[in-house]
Design a binder for this molecule. Structure first.
Ligand SMILES: [Ca+2]
Ligand SMILES: [Ca+2]
Length: 80
């Protein structure tokens, strides 16, 4: 269920020419994880507006932060 929502969101992101340039070449996980705790929290996500917009949707286990696996799933979808 959540996967379907994510796919829809990513499709919307990638389908928009306006955000295509920003989503292409997603920032590295370590660059967004500024406090180096191994997770991207909602505050760190604000560094990349597109990530902030879909944060709650890609937080698959709903723990309020993104681990590298969750972020990798996003990267795989936004990087051509
Ligand atoms: Ca962090
Ligand atoms: Ca999570």
């Amino acid at each position: 269920m959540k996967k379907a929502i994510l796919t829809g969101i990513l499709f919307a992101m990638c389908g928009s020419a306006a955000v295509a340039d920003e989503t292409k070449g997603a920032p590295a996980f370590r660059d967004l994880d500024t406090d180096k705790d191994g997770f991207i929290n909602s505050k760190e996500a604000t560094a990349w507006s597109d990530l902030s917009a879909v944060f709650e949707h890609i937080d698959m286990n709903e723990d309020g932060k993104l681990d590298s696996t969750e972020y990798a799933a996003l990267q795989a979808n936004v990087t051509e």
